[in-house]
Design a protein around this ligand. Sequence first.
Ligand code: CA
Ligand code: CA
Length: 361
Amino acid sequence: MTLPITPVSLKCIKPNCNPATASPLVLFCFNRNRLKASREVEFTDVPNCHLIKGIEAGAGDIDILPNGLAFFSVGLKFPGLHSFAPDKPGGILMMDLKEEKPRALELRISRDFNLASFNPHGISIFIDNDDTVYLFVVNHLEFKNTVEIFKFEEEENSLLHLKTIKHELLPSMNDITAVGPAHFYATNDHYFSDPFLKYLETYLNLHWSNVVYYSPNEVKVVAEGFDSANGIHISPDNKYIYVADTLAHEIHVLEKHPNMNLTQLKVLKLDTLVDNLSIDPSSGDIWVGCHPNGQKLFVYDPNNPPFSEVLRIQNILSEKPTVTTVYANNGSVLQGSSVASVYDGKLLIGTLFHRALYCEL
Ligand SMILES: [Ca+2]
Ligand SMILES: [Ca+2]
């Protein structure tokens, strides 16, 4: 097999970086352009923002119901990523954006679920024909990958655990977009689940990351060849699937077919490491949580913290989509933005391991 990249084109970003001896979790040898290691940001502010009380150790993904209830996946712990609360399990917070001064509160989770090992990553809401609300959560129990499906019980502010899904085609999930009560598309940001092989896969730039469709009857790879497939979201008209490829700095538009297969329609190139995607249901605009400089993200230095950046993409299907930087910060307020979601003139920005912002646009 011919590898697509030679060691000569790789540059260590850490001093004394030796691929032969270093641990895969601390070693970071990448092409500097993949990490956008030289990028700086110019401040872009949204005027009416404040930090959300109670979020200090990450709110990596956010999804919002049509009635304004926002769900936050909080407290992710991940090899190679910084954590401000390494000993605390993760959880799901909720915020009612219809309230004048919304507060984030933690949802109770049914007792049969192993809360102590909850490590939630990407999330997605699905509303069934009978108005039942399901919350799908990518969960990393140590190095395992599962999808946890919960039923949201609004009166009790709680999540009833319904199902755990585990499958050999879902070895390294990042995000998910639900399309039925037990049906979803998920990204695998790596082909392997073993941390050393994951590292090697990224180091060698293999492009083995993929998108998988899961249903109780059929599980299949529906798109592949990504560098690191990350955020995934279905379009409001259910015709397209959008996929963020972090290290390739791209957003892919894939057409969804009746048999749930996907074919690539277009690729939008950006100048930043794209993470989670959300859609403004009123306009169809895509909102993207981005890491402008991946080196600062992966090699955490409190004196030189990771940046944050939020992009809005309008008319992605047109020949010239409009890309606007809505928010950018050098880490002084927000470090490592991974998601931005809007609802009725309000904007929520979440981060991988830091704080979260509530803004009025
Ligand atoms: Ca998501
Ligand atoms: Ca993600």
